[in-house]
Design a protein around this ligand. Structure first.
Ligand SMILES: Cc1cc2nc3c(=O)[nH]c(=O)nc-3n(C[C@H](O)[C@H](O)[C@H](O)COP(=O)(O)O)c2cc1C
Length: 333
């Protein structure tokens, strides 16, 4: 049983926080399709940004299943504590702290994974946030700042002492960004070093792979990021496989198009026409990577300018795309 604070989760598969991807429509879809927990896109702790359209959209939870986990990013302990309180007041039931993101926009301000090289500051931030709220606080890290400074175990001990309720670890260092192989040895070392639940993350693309990483590292759960793009059902497939050893088939082609329609309608309703059309292009491209590899189709879709045109096109593509079942195990082989 995977538990974070008082929350007993339905299973041990977590959808990763992904700015620009894990918005409310995508989180709701992944939860509905079997994820045990989802984490929202990071929200800056800077109070000056609280009322921007981007932050307001990222702070919405209407219709979202519990527990609602909200990720905050920043580098100033008091500001992070205030951001945690602010988000709890707006419905967050778990606060997740971002010390895993290598994005320049985050790291320029020495936030995200750049914080990992400053262990005293990590400790201040974690203690300040844990003390500020009564909800569980979780932490997301990489294995260290660079391969030469892989201090994931030290950070995990700091996290445990500070009262962090669960720790997600992406098996790359900050310096590695998204390049090179993920290594799971440091994740296994962290699992051995601390008692808090550890969530293994990085390049997990299939149910079998998730099972072997849990076995190898001893992690309590897995976190799925990019593999869920265009496959919101994958968390559910992994969860069933971890429970029973059996991988349910992915939805067949017709079912996938029905899911796409539902997703895209939700994106349009959530963002409105202008942003909705642009965000849909991204998701549609990910869905088509698995369903229809014709590059002309994606180009044509990206030229569409309205929600109605996009919905009509998806309807049309659903009729011309060959009906078949996508077998995730084959895709991941
Ligand atoms: C588009 C994108 C946006 C991301 N945004 C965040 C974020 O807001 N916060 C965070 O902690 N990590 C973020 N990440 C990192 C992911 O949570 C995850 O750690 C990483 O993608 C590795 O997992 P994966 O190999 O399953 O994708 C992002 C990754 C991607 C691809």
């Amino acid at each position: 049983m995977f538990q974070i604070g008082p929350y007993k989760l339905a299973n041990s598969v977590v959808l990763a926080p992904m700015a620009g991807v894990s918005d409310l429509p995508f989180r709701r879809l992944c939860l509905e399709m079997g994820a045990g927990l989802t984490i929202g896109e990071m929200i800056s702790s800077n109070p000056d940004l609280r009322n921007t359209r981007k932050t307001l959209l990222r702070s919405r939870h209407d219709g979202e299943a519990e527990p609602r986990s909200v990720q905050i990013a920043g580098n100033e302990p008091a500001e992070m504590a205030a951001a945690a309180q602010y988000n709890v007041a707006r419905g967050a039931q778990i606060i997740d702290i971002n010390m895993g993101c290598p994005a320049k926009k985050v790291c320029r301000k020495a936030a995200g994974s750049a914080l990992l090289q400053n262990e005293p500051l990590v400790e201040y931030i974690l203690k300040a946030v844990v003390d500020a709220v009564t909800v569980p606080v979780t932490l997301k890290i990489r294995t260290g700042a660079s391969p030469e400074a892989r201090n994931g175990v030290a950070i995990a001990r700091i996290a445990e002492d500070a009262g962090i309720s669960a720790l997600a670890v992406h098996g790359r260092t900050r310096a590695c960004a998204f390049k090179g192989e993920v290594e799971y040895d440091t994740i296994a070392d962290i699992v051995n070093a601390v008692d808090l639940p550890v969530i293994a993350n990085g390049d997990i693309k299939s149910p079998k792979q998730a099972a072997s990483i849990i076995e190898y590292t001893g992690a309590a759960a897995v976190m799925i990021g990019r593999a869920a793009q265009g496959q919101p059902w994958i968390c559910g497939q992994i969860a069933t496989h971890l429970d029973s050893g059996v991988t349910p088939p992915a939805p067949n082609c017709d079912e996938q198009f029905a899911i796409i329609m539902r997703h895209i309608n939700a994106v349009h309703a959530f963002y409105g026409d202008f942003m909705g059309v642009r965000i849909t292009r991204k998701h549609f491209g990910w869905y088509m990577q698995h369903l229809n590899s014709d590059p002309g189709l994606r180009r044509a879709f990206n030229a569409l300018q309205t929600c109605e045109e996009q919905l009509r096109a998806i309807e049309h593509y659903s009729q011309i795309t060959e009906s078949r079942t996508t077998n995730i195990e084959v895709l991941a082989a």
